[in-house]
Design a binder for this molecule. Structure first.
Ligand code: ZN
Length: 507
C-alpha cells in the first residue's frame, strides 16, 4: 500500500495532514473489527437455541470454541484486530465463482465459494468471515449444513464433527451488493467496489470479507481459482494466469488460477472495459497490464519504460520473481493510493497516467511488495513494517539507481519528525509514516553496516526461507544475528524498538 503522491511528496513537505486522515481511517477499521466481535456475542444466543436439536455435536455449549494455539472459533488472535480470521482450521484452497450479470440489482453479485480446508482440532462448528452479503446455502462435503450469519461471522455446523486432521470441502452460496467498508476520512474504501464502469477490489487489511467467505487473515494463506462472469464485451482480470475463457449468452467468464499461496487481502479482480497488454519480461516472467481502454495510451509509455527494468533490478537483489506474471491494473478514477494485489497491483488513474518520478516510485514500491508482503506475508498486522519498510527501501533503491538521492530525503524527514518505533503499534498506526520511512531506513542502516553484497544475500535468504508463508520481526532479528552476529542484531533492535531511531550510518 502506498498513498498517491507518494512518500517523496510526503517526505519533501512537512505537512502531516495525510497522516492524520490516514490514522482516522484506521481507527474506524479497529472500531469495525471491535463491532464484529460484539456480533459474536449475539451469535452465541442464536447458537444456544440451536444446540439441543443438533445431533452428533460434542461440547456444544454455544460459546466460542477456544483452541490450544491461542486462537478461537471467531478470532485468529491478531493483537491489533481482535475478531479477524478464525481458529480451528487451515484453508488450503479457494475456488470462487463470482457472477456480476445474473443479479438484477445494479452492482450486485451472485457468488459460490468452495473452500478446501483441514481441521486442526475436532470441530463441531467453525466460522468463516463474510460481511454484508446474504448467505443462501452451505454444504460440507456435499451434505447440507446449518449456519448462522451474524455481523461478519458465518458459523457453520456440519452434520458430523470434522475430526482433527481431516479435510473438508465447504460450499457457500451467497448474493448481494457488496457493502463498502468505509473509513472516516474516506481515504480507503475497502473490499469489492461496484462502479458505473465495472468493479475493483482493495482489501488491506479487512476488506476481503465483503465479497467472499474466508479465514480473513494473512496467517492462513491458500491457493485460489477465481472465475468471474461479466457482460459480453467487458473483461475481468484476476490474480495469476487466465486458464479458461467461456462465452455464454451475452456473457463472458474469465477463469484465473493462482497456484501460489495468497493472503485473502491480496485476492482481487477487476471488471470493465479493460484491455490486457501481455509481453515477455525478463527471466521468463510474463508482463501483463490491465489498462482501462480509454486511457491505455497514456499509461503505456511509463509502463513500457519501467516494468521490465524494475523486474530485472529487483530479481537481481531479492532473488527470482516469486510468481509467473506481473503487472498493474489502472482503474478509471482516482483512488488516492495503490495496493500490491498479488501479481496485479491496483492503481488509480491519478497515480499512473503521468510519467514522473512519483509514478516510478509507486510502481517500484508495489512491485517490490510482490516479494515482501505477497510471497512473504506478515504473521500478524503488527509486523506491517516487514511489508512497508521493505517496499519503501526498494522504491528508494530504484530511485537511487536512477540518480535520485532519496535515502537522504528519508533520513532528513525521519530526523526532523522523530518517527516512532516499528512495533507495538495501535491499529490506528498501521499505515503511519514511521512504518514506511523509518522501516525503509532500518534496512538502509543494515545495508550501510554490512555492505551491499551481504545485505542482498540476507534479502534473498529471507525470501527463499519464507516465500509462500509468513514471517515475523523475531524471524528477521534471528536471521540478522545468524548472518551478521550480535552487534548487527542490536543495531536492528534499536532501529525497530527504540523511541528515537539511531543515526543513519554514512557511507
Ligand atoms: Zn506499501
Amino acid at each position: 500500500m502506498i498513498l498517491a503522491g507518494g512518500l517523496l511528496a510526503a517526505a519533501c513537505s512537512s505537512s502531516d495532514s495525510d497522516t492524520s486522515t490516514n490514522a482516522d481511517s484506521i481507527t474506524t477499521l479497529a472500531e469495525s473489527a471491535a463491532s464484529s466481535s460484539e456480533s459474536v456475542e449475539d451469535q452465541s444466543e442464536v447458537e444456544s437455541a440451536l444446540v439441543e436439536e443438533s445431533p452428533g455435536v460434542i461440547e456444544d455449549d454455544g460459546q466460542d470454541l477456544i483452541f490450544d494455539d491461542g486462537t478461537t472459533q471467531s478470532s485468529i488472535g491478531d493483537p491489533l484486530f481482535d475478531g479477524l480470521g478464525n481458529g480451528g482450521y487451515d484453508v488450503l484452497h479457494y475456488d470462487l465463482s463470482i457472477d456480476t450479470t445474473s443479479n438484477s440489482e445494479d452492482g450486485a453479485i451472485d457468488g459460490v465459494a468452495v473452500l478446501t480446508l483441514v481441521a486442526k482440532d475436532d470441530l463441531p462448528r467453525f466460522n468463516l468471515d463474510i460481511e454484508g452479503l446474504v448467505v443462501d446455502d452451505v454444504t460440507v462435503d456435499g451434505e447440507p449444513a446449518r449456519f448462522d450469519h451474524v455481523g461478519g461471522e458465518l458459523t457453520i455446523r456440519p452434520s458430523e464433527v470434522l475430526s482433527v486432521g481431516s479435510e473438508a470441502v465447504v460450499t457457500v452460496e451467497y448474493h448481494g451488493l457488496p457493502e463498502t467498508l468505509h473509513d472516516v476520512g474516506d481515504v480507503f474504501e475497502l473490499g469489492w467496489q461496484a462502479k458505473h464502469w465495472g468493479s475493483y477490489v482493495v482489501s488491506e487489511p479487512i476488506g476481503a470479507a465483503n465479497w467472499f467467505p474466508s479465514n480473513n487473515h494473512p496467517a492462513d494463506k491458500a491457493t485460489f481459482q477465481i472465475a468471474v462472469t461479466v457482460d459480453e464485451g467487458l473483461t475481468a482480470a484476476g490474480p495469476g494466469t487466465l486458464i479458461e475463457q467461456i462465452e455464454g449468452e451475452g456473457t463472458g467468464t474469465f477463469v484465473y488460477s493462482m497456484p501460489y499461496q495468497m493472503a485473502t487481502y491480496l485476492a482481487a479482480v477487476v471488471t470493465g472495459a479493460f484491455v490486457i497488454d501481455e509481453s515477455e519480461g525478463p527471466n521468463g516472467v510474463t508482463i501483463r497490464n490491465a489498462l482501462y481502454a480509454a486511457s491505455a495510451d497514456d499509461m503505456r509509455p511509463i509502463l513500457d519504460r519501467t516494468t521490465a527494468p524494475m523486474l530485472e533490478l529487483f530479481s537481481g537483489i531479492f532473488g527470482p520473481y516469486p510468481f509467473d506474471n506481473y503487472g498493474i491494473v489502472a482503474v478509471p478514477e482516482p483512488l488516492g493510493f495503490a495496493l500490491e494485489n498479488q501479481t496485479l497491483s491496483v492503481f488509480g488513474v491519478d497515480t499512473v497516467t503521468f510519467d514522473s518520478i512519483f509514478t516510478e516510485q509507486i510502481l517500484a514500491h508495489e512491485m517490490a511488495h510482490q516479494w515482501f508482503g505477497d510471497a512473504v506475508s506478515v504473521s500478524e498486522w503488527d509486523d506491517i513494517w516487514l511489508n512497508e519498510g521493505f517496499a519503501t527501501w526498494a522504491d528508494a533503491y530504484w530511485l537511487e539507481q536512477n540518480g535520485q538521492e532519496f535515502f537522504s530525503v528519508l533520513d532528513q524527514y525521519n530526523r526532523s519528525s522523530e518517527l516512532g518505533p516499528l512495533k507495538d503499534l495501535d491499529a490506528a498506526d498501521l499505515f503511519d509514516e514511521n512504518v514506511y520511512v523509518r522501516g525503509g531506513l532500518t534496512l538502509e542502516a543494515l545495508r550501510r553496516t554490512v555492505g551491499d553484497d551481504a545485505f542482498f544475500n540476507l534479502l534473498q535468504t529471507w525470501v527463499q526461507t519464507y516465500s509462500g508463508g509468513t514471517a515475523s520481526t523475531a524471524d528477521f532479528l534471528a536471521m540478522v544475528e545468524n548472518h551478521f552476529g550480535e552487534d548487527s542484531q542490536q543495531l536492528m533492535k534499536a532501529w525497530i524498538f527504540d523511541e528515537v531511531s539511531p543515526e543513519l550510518p554514512s557511507r
